[in-house]
Design a protein around this ligand. Structure first.
Ligand code: NAD
Ligand code: MG
Length: 383
């Protein structure tokens, strides 16, 4: 029987790749729901293609624009609460969480609360609320299946041994567009520079995160949440070719890696079909074109976000919510041209330094920490 899935964030980079994968595996999946933020035209096009029972547009201002484009049998839900409703509904058993940022938190939590399988691209949800999402998933029986390529690689590699036999996780990083830039050059990098990722084609927020290496910082916290490992056993390795997607070292010294082209359709498909593998539509690795695999140590001086990532992962509690919200707000300011690239991570550090950590926050406290951090960044920008 086809697995019934809903895709939240369907119009984004992960969302559209998910639709590619699902369409290539026709018999295995039925898309029953699509949800997106603002892009109503693309969302309507997708609805024509996959004919879901339900469509959600999070931005109420675009509800009247999309409604006439949907056929009569498609139900339209509106607003962020529509996303939460779709995530929790009984007509799907698999939710692809592909909204960008903390905006995806509540729908991800709703899917976990409903005990579903959750293909998790929305790493920010785990950064903000891993301390509640992971225990909640154990209680409800929800299964968190990583879509982030590194975490998919770790998840796949871990199947070579027992969890208790894992001694180290090598989290690979491309190094982003500024891997070889000096701090001085980076300080003045433009938005266009930051959006020029050398190996991956992704949405703008994660692309900027790759430039500051905040993406890797968020991924350290994500790995800690997903795999319940000690932060000190996670080591970031810069690997500019983005072919090894991460590695796991076992206690006997064996290192197991997962390799592939930088094509998100591979980890998306693995999350969807796990524990099986199917022939899919992702591009294949051709070793006649792979000359070398290089590895470098990360530079914590030029990329202070990495150091902050480790600190926040160790601190836990509400620190992740503040870290993430300050980053999202600083990125928006950079995109708007109100701060330089070089100011992004400094702002995050400033706000983190002022935060009084709540060691055991509930969801409301986390949302409050998120709001507080956004306000603090705004204050810093004013002064
Ligand atoms: P994107 O910007 O391309 O797409 C984001 C999606 O979220 C869109 O469908 C958009 O409509 C929706 N959205 C944005 N704001 C919203 C809001 N307020 N309410 C409801 N929906 C909203 O982003 P992306 O690159 O596809 O990334 C999505 C998530 O996947 C992020 O958490 C990112 O870190 C993670 N991820 C992406 C990649 C990648 O290759 N793109 C790789 C690994 C992880
Ligand atoms: Mg990643």
């Amino acid at each position: 029987m086809a697995k019934r899935i809903a895709i939240l964030g369907s119009t984004g980079s992960i969302g559209t790749s998910t639709i590619d994968v699902v369409r290539s595996l026709k018999k295995e999946f039925k898309v029953v729901g699509l949800g997106a933020g603002r892009r109503w035209k693309e969302l309507a096009e997708q609805a024509k293609l996959v004919r879901p029972a339900t469509v959600v547009i999070a931005d109420p201002a675009n509800a009247d624009k999309i409604r006439p484009l949907l056929n009569n049998s498609t139900e339209l839900l509106v607003g962020p609460e529509g996303l939460v409703e779709l995530a929790g509904r009984k007509d799907s058993s698999f939710i692809v969480a592909a909204i960008v940022g903390a905006a995806g938190l509540e729908s991800t939590v709703a899917a976990v609360r409903a005990g579903k399988q959750v293909g998790l691209a929305n790493k920010e949800a785990l950064v903000v609320a891993g301390s509640m999402i992971v225990p909640l998933s154990r209680k409800t029986g929800a299964q968190l299946l990583p879509i982030d390529s590194e975490h998919s690689a770790i998840f796949q590699s871990m199947q070579a041994g027992r969890t208790s036999e894992v001694c180290k996780i090598y989290l690979t990083a491309s190094g982003g567009p500024f891997r070889t830039w000096t701090a001085k050059q980076m300080a003045k990098a433009t938005l266009e520079d930051a959006l020029r990722h050398p190996t991956w084609s992704m949405g703008p927020k994660i692309t900027i995160d790759s430039a500051t290496m905040m993406n890797k910082a968020l991924e350290i916290i994500e790995a800690k949440g997903l795999f319940d490992v000690d932060v000190d056993s996670i080591e970031v390795v810069v690997h500019p070719e983005s072919i090894i997607h991460s590695m796991v070292e076992f206690c006997d010294g064996s290192v197991i890696a997962q390799l592939g082209t930088p094509d998100m359709r591979t980890p998306i498909q693995y999350a969807l079909t796990h524990p099986q593998r199917c022939v899919g539509c992702a591009s294949r690795l051709d070793f006649s074109t792979v000359r070398r695999l290089n590895f470098e140590e990360p530079d914590f001086d030029r990329f202070p976000a990495l150091r902050l990532g480790y600190e926040v992962a160790r601190t836990g509690g509400s620190a992740g919510a503040v870290f993430n919200a300050a980053n999202e707000t600083a990125i928006k300011a950079f995109q708007a041209g109100s701060i330089t690239f070089g100011r992004i991570v400094g702002l995050i550090e400033e706000v983190l330094g002022r935060h009084k950590v709540d060691p055991k926050p509930d969801l409301d406290a986390l949302l409050e920490a998120d709001r507080w951090a956004r306000q603090e960044v705004a204050k810093c920008l004013k002064s």
